[in-house]
Design a protein around this ligand. Structure first.
Ligand code: SF4
Length: 460
C-alpha cells in the first residue's frame, strides 16, 4: 500500500522545540505536547527538513460553522511536491534489518511527526534504541487510570533516566464517568474488556495519533500466536488515522517485530536499561492492574492478559488491525462474526434506523429534513475508526435541521444495502437530500468531522 508524504516542509525545527537543556530544573517544566532530550542524546541536524512541531494530541482545526462551505470541499492547492512511498516494499527491504536500523529509518523519515507508544513494559527497549540513534524522539503513553503503582513509578524512572517527558494521554472524563456509573468499576469481567478499553485506551490513542504521521510500537510476532504472527516491521496503519486524516494517513513502525522476547531481555540487560519492577514478580506482558496477572514458567505471556476471554482475540483495540475477520462471513453476511461485537456510534444525537426505517427514508420523494446515514458494521475497523468523528458530527448537527443516523448493514441486511443503498465497503456514508429521492454517496476516505460537515453543508 502506498502512502503519500510531503517531501518538504515549510517549517524547519526551531531551536526551542528541540531543547538541548538537561538540567533537572528544566525537566520540572510541564511539556505535554512537546519533548526535550538531554544533551547527551540530542544530535539535532538543523539542516534536515522537518514538519512543524505539533502536540501528540493535536486536533485538526475545526470549523464550528454550519453555514455552507462549498469552498472548503474543493481540492486544495498543491504547493509542495508529494512523494509516494511504498511501505510494503520498504517492509520487505527492512525485514532483515536490526531494530536499531529500523528505528533510525523511522525517525529519519518522520522527525517530529512520529512518536513511540510506550506501555511501561519491556517496550522500554524502543526508547533505548531511539536514544542510540542519536536522533531526537518523542514518547507517549496511555494513562488509563487503572495501571499498577509500579508502572507509574517506572514511567517516572524512565523520564529521569532518558531526560525526557512522556506525553501522557488520558481518557475523556465524561466517558469514564458514564461507563463506571452505569456499569461499575469491573464491568469488563462480566461483558468483556472491549468497552472499557475503547474508553480508556482506544479513544485516547486515536486522539494521540491524529497529531502524528507515524507511530512506533513494541509489537513482536512472538507475543501472540493468534494475532501478531504476521506483524511487518513497517506498514500503513490499517485502523487509525494520522494528521492528514483518512485511511492510509498514518504509518506504523514495529522495529522489534522479528525479535523474540529473550533477545529483548538480553538487550535490556546488556544496556543496563531500567525495567518495570513487576517483571520480577512474574509479570511479562503489562497492562492495566485488573486485567493483567503474572504467568507461570512455560505459560505464554498473553495468558496473563484478559485471562477470562478467548485466547486468540487478546487485542485491546490498540492493534486491532491484527485481528483477522472471517472475510467470507462478512461477505456472505451470515452474522457469525457480527455477534461478538458491541455496537458502535452510540449517541443520543444519532437515530438508529431499522430496515423498515431506512426503506421508508429511501422511498420518500421529498423529506421534511435532509438525513445523513452511515451504513456500518460494528466489527469493521474503519467504522470503529470513524466512530468518534461521526458522533461529533451528530452532536454538532443536533437541532440544525439535519438528521444524523446509522444503519447496521452487515449480516442479513447486506444484500439489501448492496443492491439498494450503494454499499461498496464499510463504512458507506449517504446523504438523503430534502427534495430528491436518490441518496448521494460520500466519496472521500477523509472521515474527520470537518470533512463530513463540509459534505453536509455543501448539499443541505
Ligand atoms: Fe479497562 Fe482492563 Fe482495558 Fe484497562 S485493560 S482499559 S482496565 S478493560
Amino acid at each position: 500500500m502506498a502512502f503519500a508524504v510531503t517531501s518538504s516542509s515549510s517549517a524547519a525545527i526551531s531551536g526551542s522545540s528541540f531543547s538541548r537543556s538537561s538540567s533537572s530544573a528544566d525537566l520540572k517544566v510541564p511539556q505535554i505536547g512537546s519533548f526535550r532530550l538531554a544533551d547527551r542524546y540530542a544530535t539535532v541536524n538543523l539542516s534536515q527538513k522537518r514538519c512543524a512541531v505539533k502536540p501528540v494530541n493535536a486536533e485538526p482545526k475545526r470549523n464550528d460553522s454550519l453555514l455552507p462551505q462549498a469552498a472548503s470541499i474543493s481540492a486544495p492547492e498543491v504547493s509542495e511536491k508529494v512523494e509516494v512511498e511504498d511501505f510494503e516494499q520498504l517492509a520487505k527491504e527492512l525485514d532483515n534489518a536490526s531494530p536499531l536500523e529500523i528505528m533510525d529509518k523511522a525517525l529519519e523519515k518522520f522527525g517530529n511527526d512520529i512518536a513511540i507508544a510506550f506501555s511501561g513494559a519491556e517496550d522500554v527497549a524502543l526508547i533505548e534504541y531511539a536514544k542510540l540513534t542519536g536522533r531526537p524522539f518523542r514518547v507517549f503513553s496511555l494513562d488509563t487510570g487503572r495501571l499498577n503503582p509500579e508502572t507509574y513509578r517506572f514511567f517516572d524512572e524512565v523520564e529521569k533516566h532518558y531526560g525526557i517527558r512522556i506525553e501522557y494521554m488520558f481518557p475523556d472524563a465524561v466517558e469514564v464517568q458514564a461507563l463506571v456509573r452505569s456499569k461499575g468499576l469491573f464491568s469488563f469481567y462480566e461483558d468483556g474488556h472491549q468497552e472499557c478499553c475503547r474508553v480508556r485506551k482506544v479513544r485516547p490513542l486515536r486522539r494521540a495519533l491524529k497529531g502524528l504521521r507515524a507511530w512506533i510500537t513494541g509489537q513482536r510476532k512472538d507475543q501472540s500466536p493468534g494475532t501478531r504472527s504476521e506483524v511487518p516491521v513497517v506498514q500503513v496503519d490499517p485502523v487509525f488515522e494520522g494528521l492528514e486524516g483518512g485511511v492510509g494517513s498514518l504509518v506504523k513502525w514495529n522495529p522489534v517485530a522479528n525479535v523474540d522476547g529473550t533477545d529483548i531481555w538480553n538487550f535490556l540487560r546488556a544496556m543496563n536499561v531500567p525495567v518495570n519492577s513487576l517483571h520480577s514478580q512474574g509479570f511479562v506482558s503489562i497492562g492495566c492492574e485488573p486485567c493483567t496477572r503474572p504467568v507461570l514458567p512455560g505459560q505464554h505471556e498473553r495468558e496473563g492478559r484478559w485471562w477470562w476471554e478467548d485466547a486468540k482475540a487478546k487485542e485491546c483495540g490498540l492493534h486491532k488491525g491484527n485481528l483477522k475477520q472471517n472475510s467470507s462471513a462478512q461477505l456472505n453476511g451470515n452474522g457469525n462474526v457480527t455477534a461478538a461485537h458491541t455496537d458502535i456510534f452510540d449517541s443520543q444525537s444519532l437515530v438508529t434506523l431499522s430496515r423498515a426505517g431506512i426503506e421508508n427514508l429511501a422511498r420518500l420523494e421529498s423529506r421534511k429534513e435532509p438525513w445523513i446515514v452511515v451504513l456500518y458494521a460494528p466489527w469493521c475497523p474503519y467504522c470503529q475508526a470513524m466512530e468518534e468523528s461521526y458522533v461529533a458530527l451528530a452532536e454538532k448537527l443536533a437541532g440544525s435541521g439535519v438528521k444524523v443516523a446509522k444503519f447496521r448493514a452487515d449480516g442479513e441486511q447486506k444484500e439489501y444495502a448492496l443492491k439498494e443503498l450503494q454499499l461498496g465497503s464499510f463504512p458507506t456514508v449517504l446523504f438523503f437530500p430534502k427534495h430528491s429521492a436518490k441518496p448521494i454517496k460520500y466519496g472521500s476516505e477523509k472521515r474527520d468531522v470537518d470533512s463530513l460537515l463540509a459534505f453536509v453543508n455543501a448539499l443541505r
